[in-house]
Design a protein around this ligand. Sequence first.
Ligand SMILES: C[S@@+](CC[C@H](N)C(=O)[O-])C[C@H]1O[C@@H](n2cnc3c(N)ncnc32)[C@H](O)[C@@H]1O
Length: 190
Amino acid sequence: MAEQYIELFGSSAQVHTDDLALITRHLSIRPGTVLDVGCGPGHLTEHLRSQDVDAAGIDLVAEFIDHARATHPDGRYELGSMHRLPVPDRSVVGILAWYSLIHVPPDDLDSVFAELRRAMAPAGLLVAGFFDGDEVAAFEHKVVTAYYWPVDELSARLRRSGFTEIERQLRPGVAEPGRRPQAAIAAIAG
Ligand SMILES: C[S@@+](CC[C@H](N)C(=O)[O-])C[C@H]1O[C@@H](n2cnc3c(N)ncnc32)[C@H](O)[C@@H]1O
């Protein structure tokens, strides 16, 4: 399904302007590496690079990494997992997890947050996008199971993992069939 995903979502022109603004606002302010974790086609990594951010993408799916490398030959894209990031402790100043945490089984989320926290420099910033829901619940995403997260619960889990929420953005599902409520949280390490 990677090809279909790339066609539907693989360009920053298809990303809501409020989302691009949130991502840019928090992840382009400090010199240092920003990791786009679950970067998919790499368009948001590239967006950050266009803002002079030293951004690198990592994804579990080889087709996405191949596409990102071919489309953005100057970028840095690596096959890998958010469960074990290929970076030293406290080495990145920012992490973007844009609709990638949605695929993490709820029981594994705390260990993923611990891994993100390990990689993050002091006062580093995390921006996460996900689908808002009344409860943690699975739904059949196009490719693999994904989960809704109540924003307050995700925020509390982040807090327990050493990240403090500093901004949230909510966009209700609109009257379009299958359109889910969207949420994003920006949080600071420490
Ligand atoms: C819905 S897509 C979002 C892609 C991209 N961030 C975007 O905004 O279009 C979810 C991405 O997360 C990746 N992903 C899921 N689990 C992952 C994991 N454990 N480690 C790294 N990437 C993962 C998938 O391969 C996929 O590219």
